[in-house]
Design a protein around this ligand. Structure first.
Ligand code: FPP
Length: 267
């Protein structure tokens, strides 16, 4: 058996353990470790980002095949501007190149692509490519790919608070009408259900200002693998782990003989 067949068999064996009825609809991913991956190999960090793109393509395919409906990835945080200009420029150029090269296939696969974050500081050329990609794919219904760029969870929450305050001061809404549903409708992810699963690669155990509101009840899976080494096998492992979790949303599991006295406080 050649290497490709061995990998295919390994993935196939693992995917048999997945309960197709319990696949998360929305998976969020912090794709971390590109730079470290490259540095470990004695390569410039840009090599890690390039490899990261091919991993994203693989994970997009796999998640679609499994029956997930939404993938939200953290491609550039509001804090990433503090990186050396050379790396920031490389990433901005990479986003343009990836979109130019991949948008036709994304569209053919009936995937809708949406960029989440403040696009204002990006160059006009990138903004145009982003708007064209969003417009081309806006009616696609098979799958939604949210790409978070210049995104920060706190900034998003402040933006919603400001919008609701403005609507309230103009009389459009009453302060008493502000509730979770209304707040949700103003978020940048509006229309998407919250992620059931957050995957973070490279072993870091932080949320890093990602989807702070939306991740309130998400299951978190930390993979020690650096993003450029992440693959179908690692993604399937994350889904299997997720399926083994007992999601209680702050309640308690209703077991027939369980009394209130015996139950544990859960979150
Ligand atoms: C984190 O690794 C990764 C990034 C900041 C960039 C990820 C971007 C892509 C994979 C491109 C996606 C492109 C499109 C158009 C969707 P890091 O640099 O923080 O790694 P480190 O923690 O090892 O330094």
């Amino acid at each position: 058996m050649n290497l490709e067949n061995i990998i295919h068999k390994k993935n196939n064996d693992l995917s048999k353990r997945i309960d197709k009825q319990k696949v998360p609809e929305h998976v969020a991913i912090i794709m971390d470790g590109n730079g470290r991956w490259a540095t470990k190999k004695g390569l410039p960090r840009s090599f890690g980002h390039n490899k990261g793109v091919s991993v994203l393509k693989e994970i997009l395919k796999v998640s679609k095949k499994l029956g997930c409906k939404i993938l939200t990835v953290y491609a550039f945080s509001t804090e990433n501007w503090t990186r050396p200009t050379k790396e920031v420029d490389f990433l901005i150029n990479l986003f343009s190149e990836v979109l130019k090269n991949e948008i036709e296939e994304i569209h053919q696969e009936l995937i809708k692509i949406r960029f989440i974050g403040d696009l204002t500081p990006f160059p006009e050329t990138l903004k145009k490519i982003i708007y064209n990609s969003e417009s081309l794919t806006k009616n696609n219904k098979n799958f939604l790919l949210n790409v978070c760029v210049n995104y920060g969870g706190r900034q998003e929450i402040v933006k919603v608070a400001k919008e609701l305050a403005l609507k309230s001061s103009s009389g459009e809404i009453k302060p008493s009408e502000v509730d979770e549903e209304l707040f949700n409708s103003e978020l940048l992810t509006q229309g998407s259900k919250d992620p059931e699963l957050l995957i973070r690669t490279s072993g870091e155990k932080r949320i890093s200002n990602f989807l702070l509101w939306q991740l309130a009840y998400s299951e978190i899976y930390i993979s020690d693998v650096l993003w450029p080494d992440f693959n179908e096998f690692e993604f399937l492992k994350a889904i299997i782990d997720y399926q083994s979790r007992n999601r209680r949303f702050g309640g308690i599991e209703s077991l027939p003989n369980e009394s209130f006295k015996d139950s544990q406080c859960s979150s």
